[in-house]
Design a protein around this ligand. Structure first.
Ligand code: DAH
Length: 341
């Protein structure tokens, strides 16, 4: 009788389940008896030889055997699991007082490092930091800086306008105006910050960083400006660096100049960085225009000043020999980790 065979297999399997020493062994037994190639399903193939009257009894026996085995399996599995867990817990002792694996330390961003270093160099000669908002009024950005209404910098193509009166500041020079109007001279001010212009390619980013310098005192001359920026360049790039001043034009300074320093990468011999001229431009500067002082209610016969502005990305590019401005903003750790200090 097939029914007897079914029951025999069931009893044999139950016995085997009982003797299983691990969940793995138990599972293998389950596959052996109940799996697709297992001994119980194999009997089903003989069903076709069974008489029609006997078939329902057979089916019933088969279902009961399967149910019994499934139930037994779950029961033994539960017991074995519990035993295995207790064993593991007693074997694997965890010392909760041990320190965990160290977390990876972050690195300073090169832009932040250049800001810090410039501020440090100037603070040694008495400068301090002032700031201003990134969304600025037209007057702070342009008008009070003696930039006339028809000046190209005011063009929508250069400046991101928010409305008629406001734009993202295109330079840090409005920090000069904020300081002139809110504090009393003398001033030895640095204005670091992010600036925005409609420009984007290998050497231009729509968002970049500048640092502004403003000195207002009695008897300030071009010689003071030159001495200050020469001191800065030799501190920042190295003692052997030379500086030169070329006449230039900015509406907010008179006279105005552009500052170059001997290329730190090739020591002035000429390389790709300096376009084989031996010199790299590091910023603009000049004596504060009398109109800028008077637009902020300072008596320009009593006070004089000088100002300068430098691009931070540019300084980092020159100092570290970086080829593409976009590297600063891509958050690629392989680049950023090289600036760990
Ligand atoms: N604001 C100028 C620019 O963004 C840079 C500059 C030039 C700032 C001369 C100054 C200065 O303070 O005196 O191009």
């Amino acid at each position: 009788m097939l029914k007897n065979q079914i029951n025999e297999i069931r009893d044999e399997a139950l016995q085997a389940f009982k003797g299983a020493a691990s969940t793995k062994e138990l599972y293998d037994l389950k596959v052996k008896y109940l799996g697709r190639q297992g001994s119980l399903p194999a009997i089903m193939k003989k069903m076709k030889d069974v008489s029609p009257e006997e078939r329902p009894l057979m089916g019933q026996a088969m279902n009961q055997a399967k149910d019994a085995l499934e139930t037994a399996y779950l029961k033994f599995e539960e017991e074995l699991k519990r035993g295995e867990l207790t064993k593991r817990l007693s074997e694997e002792k965890l010392d909760m007082t041990l320190p965990g694996p160290p977390s990876k330390l972050g690195a300073h961003h090169p832009i932040e490092m250049v800001f810090d270093e410039i501020i440090d160099i100037f603070s040694r000669i008495g400068y301090y930091v002032r700031s201003g908002p990134m969304i600025e009024t037209d007057d702070h950005n342009f008008g009070a800086l003696n930039i006339p209404p028809e000046h190209p910098a005011r063009d929508m193509q250069d400046t991101f306008y928010i409305d008629e009166e406001h734009s993202l500041r295109p330079h840090t020079s409005p920090i000069q105006i904020r300081t002139l109007r809110s504090e009393k001279p003398p001033f030895y001010v640095l204005g670091p910050g992010g600036v925005f212009r409609c420009d984007s390619d290998v050497s231009h980013s729509p968002m970049f960083h500048q640092i502004e310098g403003l000195v207002v005192d009695k008897k300030v001359s071009m010689a003071d400006l030159k001495g200050t920026l020469s001191y800065f360049a030799s501190e920042f790039f190295g003692k052997s660096i030379k500086t030169r001043f070329r006449p230039s034009f900015f509406p907010f300074t008179e006279p105005s100049a552009e500052v170059d320093c001997s290329c730190p990468l090739c020591n002035g011999k000429g390389c790709r960085m300096c376009g084989h001229t031996g010199w790299v431009e590091i910023g603009g500067c000049g004596l504060v225009h009398p109109n800028v002082l008077s637009a902020s209610d300072l008596d320009n016969s009593e006070w004089q000043g000088f100002a300068f502005g430098m691009g931070i990305e540019r300084m980092a590019i020159i100092k570290y020999g970086i080829s593409d401005i976009r590297l600063f903003y891509e958050n690629d750790n392989r680049f950023l980790e090289q600036f760990r200090r």
